[in-house]
Write a protein that binds this ligand. Structure first.
Ligand SMILES: Cc1cc2nc3c(=O)[nH]c(=O)nc-3n(C[C@H](O)[C@H](O)[C@H](O)COP(=O)(O)O)c2cc1C
Length: 212
C-alpha cells in the first residue's frame, strides 16, 4: 500500500505558502490514491525539541545493545521518528527557506532521524570515514517557498541555497537519493512573479501527485 509521511516545517500556519502548496499536492495525491495512508508530523510550530547532550550521549553510546534504561528513554522520541520514517514509502517535506537554510524544526527532525546504527553506519578505512546508508527504497518531495528568487539550479543565488540542497545531502547520507524539489520563489521581492511561480509550482505538484 502507498504510504506518505508529510513533514510540516513552516512556523507559519494559515499564511504559509509552503503548507498551502503541500496541501494542494496531498489532496490531489489522496484523490489519486484513495486507499493510501497519509501520516502528518508537525515540526514547524514548536512541537519538536532540538537534540541535546543526553541524546548525543545515548545515540553514540559505544555499546548500543547495552544502553542503560535512562539512555533508552533519552532516545524514545528519536526512535519513534525513525520508525515513522522507515514505516512510510514516501516523504513530503514542506520547508520554506530561512536564512538560506531550513527552519529549525526541520533541522531538529533531521537530527533525530539521522541515527548511527539505525539509518546510517560509518567505518574507518585507513583513517578515512566510509559512510554506509541504511535506508532503502524511499522517495521524497520537498515543497519550498522563498522570499527572494534565483536559488534553483542555474539561478544567480544557487550557491546561497543551503536549504533543499542541504536536505538532499542529509537525506542522501542515510540512503534517500530520489528527491524532487518544487519551489515557489519571490514572495518578498517580486509579488507578481511570485503568483506566477506559485501557479507553476501548483501545476507541477498536481502532475506529480498522479505518479508519486
Ligand atoms: C526567519 C526567516 C528567514 C528567512 N530567510 C530567507 C532567506 O534566507 N532567503 C529568502 O529568500 N527568504 C527568506 N525568508 C522568507 C521566506 O522564505 C518566505 O517568506 C517564504 O515564503 C516563507 O514560507 P512559508 O510561507 O511557507 O512560511 C525568511 C523568512 C523568515 C521568517
Amino acid at each position: 500500500m502507498n504510504t506518505v509521511l508529510a513533514i510540516h516545517g513552516s512556523p507559519r500556519g494559515e499564511r504559509s505558502h509552503s503548507r498551502r502548496l503541500t496541501e494542494v499536492f496531498l489532496q490531489a495525491w489522496q484523490a489519486a490514491n484513495p486507499r493510501a495512508v497519509l501520516t502528518r508530523r508537525e515540526v514547524g510550530r514548536g512541537s519538536l525539541p532540538h537534540v541535546g547532550e543526553a541524546f548525543i550521549a545515548a545515540a553514540f553510546y559505544p555499546q548500543p545493545e547495552a544502553r542503560p534504561l535512562s539512555m533508552q528513554a533519552d532516545l524514545a522520541l528519536s526512535d519513534a521518528l525513525v520508525a515513522e520514517l522507515l514505516g512510510h514509502q514516501r516523504l513530503v517535506i514542506s520547508a520554506p527557506m530561512h536564512n538560506f537554510s531550513v527552519p529549525s524544526g526541520i533541522k531538529a527532525w533531521v537530527d533525530h532521524i539521522v541515527r548511527l546504527g539505525l539509518t546510517f553506519n560509518t567505518r574507518q578505512d585507513n583513517g578515512v570515514a566510509q559512510y554506509q546508508p541504511l535506508v532503502q527504497g524511499k522517495k521524497v518531495l520537498i515543497v519550498t517557498s522563498r522570499g527572494d528568487g534565483g536559488f534553483g539550479p542555474g539561478g544567480e543565488h544557487e550557491a546561497l541555497n543551503h536549504a533543499d540542497r542541504w536536505l538532499r545531502t542529509a537525506l542522501g547520507f542515510i540512503g534517500i537519493e530520489d528527491v524532487t524539489v518544487v519551489a515557489a520563489e519571490g514572495e518578498e521581492s517580486a509579488p507578481e512573479r511570485f503568483q506566477q511561480s506559485c501557479a507553476e509550482a501548483q501545476r507541477r505538484l498536481l502532475a506529480l501527485a498522479e505518479t508519486f
